[in-house]
Design a protein around this ligand. Structure first.
Ligand SMILES: Cc1ncc(COP(=O)(O)O)c(C=O)c1O
Length: 397
């Protein structure tokens, strides 16, 4: 049977294919060190694991759960937003727990996008924005982010994209994400305020995807702090990176009540509430003190220094002011693009780094290195590169 038309142009996720190749190389004895995926390699706080154990050994925690999530979790999410972003949210009306922010991206598209509607997505950007928009049948408006503009959106270019849409395309939805993946760019002081004003003026529904604000970032920010947010913004957040809980699948959607209700109409037909012990343990994670974030960031800071040594060895250029779980770097002179550099490293040094082109054409001259590997493994990557003698002539350019 043929696959549905909506899958046209949607391929298997890059990492799902690449990880198979890496497994095959490992079977051949290559022992690849992967700096590819941003999946935290440390455990959640011990109290979080304890709550999971305790709650899952009770007899009354195994039933189906509310589609809107446990009130305990929603209250914990509201308290977290108040404590760390100084944003007040009504836990009964303005918060929807999700199985990760990735899930929310799809739910929002399915709730608000009609076939042919314009969805604005960043290039480079998280590939799921594009695939979720396509699955909903959207017309894509790809807005480019450029290094010389500090990877900030160019509002004039976006206005042009909106002005070319036919009248039949009614709604416009725009994905933004700062700290930005893959470039590590922070939002800075005025970006969120400007984005909200732009969304208001141009009748755009903004979706801000915010999973990295606690990683290597002294000042976690939410777009919900900006003036005039009201109902033009939906924010997504996640425990995957900030609490070392990527495999647990816990995220959240924060928005005005009618958005939460609309999205719940879709979501409640797709899945059911999360396992209660996971929700209660996630509530515990959200109540951890600021020292938790300091601890995980101490580790990432050291790894980042090790990654910077590796990048200097490769002759790559990069900004030291990046937030999130990755370092984004421009390929050195003499190398065509990130794909070529990634392949050279994989086949000649047994090190895997992500080619920036998978995040869009504007990322082709870059590579992305993950901080989710132990510091000594990152140093070993540098040694392997030195041993392979790949970049001798390019040292210290
Ligand atoms: C920008 C961005 N958004 C969302 C996600 C997905 O996060 P979650 O685990 O909460 O689904 C990722 C994961 O890599 C990401 O990089």
């Amino acid at each position: 049977m043929d696959t549905a038309k909506r899958l046209d142009g949607i391929g298997e996720y890059y990492f799902s294919k690449k990880l198979r190749e890496i497994e095959e190389l490992n079977r051949m004895g290559k022992n690849i060190i992967s700096l590819g995926i941003g999946s935290p390699d440390q455990a959640p706080h011990p109290d979080v694991i304890r709550v999971l154990h305790e709650e899952s050994s009770k007899s009354d925690t195994h039933a189906y759960q509310s589609y809107k999530g446990s009130p305990v979790l929603r209250k914990a999410m509201a308290a977290w937003y108040k404590e760390f972003y100084n944003v007040s949210l009504n836990p009964d009306l303005e918060i929807l727990p999700l199985a990760g922010s990735k899930e929310g991206i799809m739910h929002i598209c399915m709730t608000y996008v009609n076939p042919g509607d314009l969805v604005l997505i960043p290039n480079p950007g998280y590939p799921t924005y594009q695939s979720a928009a396509r699955l909903a049948g959207a017309a894509l408006g790809v807005y480019e982010l450029k290094e010389e503009k500090n990877w900030m959106p160019d509002f004039e270019e976006i206005k042009r994209l909106i002005s070319t849409k036919p009248d039949s395309q009614k709604s416009v939805l725009m994905f933004v994400n700062y700290p930005h993946m893959p470039t590590g760019q922070r939002p800075g002081k005025n970006l969120f305020k400007n984005l909200v004003a732009f969304a208001r003026e141009n009748q755009v529904l903004l979706v801000h995807d915010n999973p990295y604000s606690f990683i290597l970032n002294d000042e976690p920010m939410s777009i919900l702090q900006a003036e005039g947010v009201n109902d033009v913004v939906i924010e997504l957040n996640s425990l995957s990176k900030s609490h070392n809980m990527a495999g647990w699948r816990v995220g959240m959607l924060l928005a005005k009540a009618h958005h939460v209700e609309n999205i719940l109409r879709f979501k409640s037909n797709m899945d059911s509430g999360m396992f209660l012990p996971v929700q209660l343990a996630a509530a515990k994670a959200l109540s951890l003190p600021a020292s938790w974030y300091e601890k995980i960031n101490g580790l990432y800071r050291n790894r980042k220094k090790a990654v910077e040594i590796l990048l200097r060895e490769l002759g790559c250029l990069f900004s030291e002011e990046q937030s999130g779980l990755f370092v984004w770097a421009r390929v050195p002179e003499g190398i065509n693009d990130g794909y070529e550099l990634s392949d050279l490293l994989l086949y000649q040094a047994n090190v895997f780094v992500t080619p920036g082109g998978i995040f869009g054409s504007a990322g082709e001259n870059y590579i992305r290195l993950s901080l989710c590997a132990p510091e000594e493994k990152i140093h070993e990557c540098t040694e392997r590169v030195q041993r392979a003698g790949l970049f001798k002539s390019k040292h210290h350019v």
